[in-house]
Every structure is written in structure tokens, then in C-alpha cells.
Design a protein around this ligand. Structure first.
Ligand SMILES: *Cc1c(COP(=O)(O)O)cnc(C)c1O
Length: 461
């Protein structure tokens, strides 16, 4: 197919929205390690997870065998309101860079929540409603997940209680109002409303919070209120499963023009957008049908893959959640308060952790000022104002395209543009005013986090 025929936006039709999610675990030889009960150190049984999570979502969480799982009609109907999302060719950015590389991006910011998180929020809210629950609790960091879940709960008529990391709650008052518009209640975390919040505040007075703290609070509220369950917007296997719609659509769009990416790049916080984007490509790689270079990009201030340990650890600061085997900085790790770019979770999806450990993907870390430089260059050329999280992937896509400029290679790059940055203008302001700095944790800082990883036979790291 000749170059000129590839449009700026490759749209699929409504009928081409995936009707099944793809579960990478089915094709993994080494399955991700099971969640453990922190008391007994034995793999968690579905009945032990039932007080925390919805039943159907537990089944998805533990399903390592079914490659395809049907998307219920009700969820498909909601997907049709904002999907398929476009796969874009970054012609303007390529020209500005003077690169022979061909750059594509899958844009997930075209919905009111402004990110890919709605893909899983609507699924999780659906299963909670189907189980007859009153409502769900959750945490939110930058606010995208809380917003997506609020929208999904409004749609299905569920109550929604959001614990929002305090630093974001203060920096992003408009996020809070969007969530309240959709009917959610929003509490800054750590709060005095929960036992775990009071304990964290006692130990760390004046803390600006972390996702790990907010998770502990949301889980406590879910397990102590009748008719409530906890839902999580990243990290979990079920979330990567739901996010596979991103990759399935991107692959279908590229296949239409016979395009095969050489390099696939995504930012990694808990791993859900990256896990979703790479899913069908990784499936081919796992089955030996094709090869792709896959790169996870993380902030240098929260470097789980590149400097973390592969070990069983708690997913939350309060240490009340199950243990997951993942690349982790320790559940007590809290990134520097001047880190503005999201992706601040201490751990990583167990699926991606296993794939990284087995050499199926690479990881790199980037500093936040260089991330905002890339964000600005992207905004000025492609027009879209990117979320800081997404801009980590932009940074690395630009770097890879510039390498092609040096070598003259015409590589095809696909990256995930996970969302828009309208609520991140305080961070952009800091960048513009020259007040943004790059704080990279020292080995000693990281060691303090590693010291908090539980020690037991078989968990050497
Ligand atoms: C939440 C979020 C991320 C990071 O989460 P993952 O689970 O790693 O995908 C990235 N980009 C945006 C816009 C987000 O809202």
C-alpha cells in the first residue's frame, strides 16, 4: 500500500468494535504468579476475595486459560458511545522531527473522562450492578480513574465513593467537581474517616498521600459497608483484560493497511494501558507468530520496572491487600511530592512483570522535564494536549524516531496516547515557569522501600 493512502486517522466502523476481550495469560507459558493471602501465604481462593471484589471480576482475575472472553451486550452498548477510538498517523510530528520513522498513536482521550480508564470502569460497574450491589469504592490518583468510574456508576445507577490522593485533590479541584457532577462522593486521602487513614496520618503527619494509602482506605470502606465492593483502575489482571480493546482496535486498524509496527511503546503506571495496547501483539509474540519490540516507559521518580525488585509485595500502604508478585519499590514508597506526572504507583501488573522478567518486553525511565518538553512538542505539532502520563510514551517515541533519523531506518512506531491533559495545567504551569525539577530517588531512598517488602521463604529478591 503506498504511503499517501494511509489516512491521518484510521477509523474502524462501529461494527468493528471488539466483541470479545483478549486474555494474554492464556498464551503465556509462565503464568503470572497467583495472589497470596498475606496471613497464610497460600494462593487466594475465590471465596477469600469475595468480600473485596465482585464475583464475575474475581473469575476474570483468576482466569489464566480462556484466550477470549465475551464482552456483554450492555458493555458493548456503552463502548459504542465513545469507541472505536482513532488510530492516528503523526505526520506533523514526523515532519517536525525530520525522521524517516513512521509514527502511529492510538488515542484514548476522546471521552469525557479523558482517558482509557473508562474501558474498564464501565465493565467493573456493570458486573457490580449485575451482582445487585449498592455501590463501589475506589481510590484515584490524578483523578482519571475516579472520573471514569463516576461516569460508569452514573450510567448503571450505582453509588460511588472515591478516595483521592490528597496532593491531587488539592491540585485538581475541578476533577473533584466532575466526579461530583456524576454523583460520586470524593474524600481526600489519607482521611480521618477510616482506621487505616487515621493510622497513616499518625505515623506520617502532613503526608500528601499516595495511591497505596488511598487503596487501603477504599478497601476498608468496601469491606465494612454492606452491599459495597472495591474496584481498582489498574494493575489487576481483569483491568488489563478490559483494556485489550485498545490493542485489538489498533491492530485491526493497522492490519487494514498492512502496517506492522516494529516498536510498540506505552507509559506504565500500574500497566493497564500498556497491557491493553500490546495484548494482541504480545499474543502473536508469545505464540511465535511475529516479533515486536515492546517498551514500557516509567517516570525516573517512580521506577518500578527499571530499579524495582521482582518479589511478592503488598499492593497498598496499609498492608491489608493480597500479596502480588510484581516489580515493586515497596508498598511504603511514596514518590517525591514535586513529581507532577502521574504514574506514581509503587508496583506493577503481575502479567507485565512476568513478561518483563521473561524478556518479552523492555523498560526505560524518563525524567519529568524531558517528558513535558515532549508533551509541548506534540501539542504544537499534532494539536492534542496530552496527559503528562501519556507524554512519557511520547518522549520515548520521539527518542526512537530520532534514532531512526541518525541511522536512516524507516521503522514503524506505535505508541499509546492514553489521555488528555486539561486537568494537568498546574503541572504545565510549573514547567513553563521553570519551576519543574527532576527528583530521582537515591539508592538509599529506594532501599527504605525495599526494606518494607515482606520477607518469607521463597520471596528472596
Ligand atoms: C491512569 C493513567 C495512566 C497509567 O495507568 P496504567 O494503568 O499504567 O495505564 C496513563 N495515562 C493516563 C491518561 C491515565 O489516566
Amino acid at each position: 500500500m503506498s504511503e499517501e493512502k494511509i489516512p491521518y486517522k484510521i477509523y474502524l466502523s462501529e461494527a468493528e468494535i471488539p466483541k470479545q476481550w483478549y486474555n494474554m495469560r492464556a498464551d503465556m507459558k509462565n503464568k503470572p504468579a497467583p495472589l497470596l493471602n498475606p496471613g497464610t501465604l497460600q494462593p487466594l481462593k475465590p471465596e477469600e476475595l469475595a468480600p473485596i471484589f465482585c464475583e464475575e471480576l474475581i473469575a476474570q482475575e483468576l482466569n489464566d486459560t480462556d484466550a477470549y472472553i465475551d464482552i456483554p451486550e450492555e458493555i458493548q452498548a456503552y463502548y459504542k458511545t465513545y469507541r472505536p477510538s482513532p488510530t492516528m498517523r503523526a505526520y506533523h510530528l514526523e515532519k517536525a522531527l525530520g525522521t524517516p520513522a513512521k509514527i502511529y498513536y492510538k488515542f484514548e482521550g476522546n471521552n469525557t473522562s479523558g482517558s482509557h480508564k473508562l474501558n474498564s470502569a464501565i465493565a467493573q460497574a456493570y458486573y457490580a450492578k449485575k451482582q445487585g450491589l449498592k455501590g463501589v469504592t475506589t481510590e484515584t490518583g490524578a483523578g482519571q480513574w475516579g472520573t471514569a468510574l463516576s461516569m460508569a456508576c452514573a450510567y448503571f445507577g450505582l453509588d460511588c465513593k472515591v478516595y483521592m490522593v490528597k496532593v491531587s485533590y488539592e491540585q485538581k479541584p475541578f476533577r473533584r467537581e466532575v466526579m461530583r457532577t456524576y454523583g460520586a462522593s470524593v474524600t481526600p486521602s489519607p482521611s480521618m474517616e477510616t482506621a487505616v487513614g487515621r493510622k497513616i496520618l499518625e505515623q506520617h503527619p502532613g503526608t500528601t498521600g499516595s495511591l497505596g494509602c488511598a487503596i487501603s482506605e477504599a478497601v476498608e470502606v468496601a469491606t465494612t459497608n454492606e452491599g459495597y465492593r472495591y474496584v481498582l483502575g489498574s494493575v489487576l489482571n481483569q483491568v488489563l483484560l478490559h483494556q485489550s480493546v485498545i490493542g485489538l482496535e489498533a491492530k485491526a486498524a493497522l492490519d487494514k493497511y498492512g502496517i506492522k509496527p516494529d516498536i510498540i511503546i506505552g507509559c506504565a503506571g500500574g500497566g493497564s494501558n500498556l497491557g491493553g495496547l500490546i495484548a494482541p501483539f504480545m499474543g502473536e509474540k508469545l505464540r511465535g507468530e511475529a516479533d515486536y519490540r515492546i517498551i514500557a516507559v516509567e517516570p525516573a521518580s517512580c521506577p518500578s520496572f527499571t530499579r524495582g525488585k521482582f518479589a511478592y509485595d503488598f499492593c497498598d500502604t496499609g498492608m491489608i491487600c493480597p500479596l502480588a508478585k510484581m516489580y515493586t519499590l515497596g508498598s511504603g514508597f511514596i514518590p517525591s511530592a514535586n513529581h507532577a506526572g502521574g504514574l506514581r504507583f509503587h508496583g506493577m501488573s503481575t502479567i507485565l512483570s512476568q513478561l518483563y522478567h521473561d524478556g518479552y518486553m523492555e523498560a526505560c525511565s524518563v525524567e519529568q522535564t524531558s517528558v513535558f518538553e515532549a508533551a509541548e512538542q506534540f501539542a504544537r505539532t499534532e494539536g492534542i494536549l496530552p496527559a503528562p502520563e501519556s507524554s512519557h510514551a511520547i518522549r520515548t517515541a520521539i527518542d526512537e524516531a530520532l534514532k531512526c533519523k541518525e541511522t536512516g531506518e524507516e521503522k514503524t512506531i506505535l505508541f499509546g496516547l492514553t489521555g488528555t491533559g486539561y486537568f494537568d495545567m498546574v503541572a504545565y504551569e510549573k514547567f513553563h515557569d521553570g519551576e519543574m525539577t527532576d527528583v530521582i530517588p537515591t539508592d538509599e531512598d529506594l532501599q527504605a522501600g525495599f526494606d518494607g517488602i515482606p520477607k518469607f521463604p521463597g520471596n528472596e529478591f
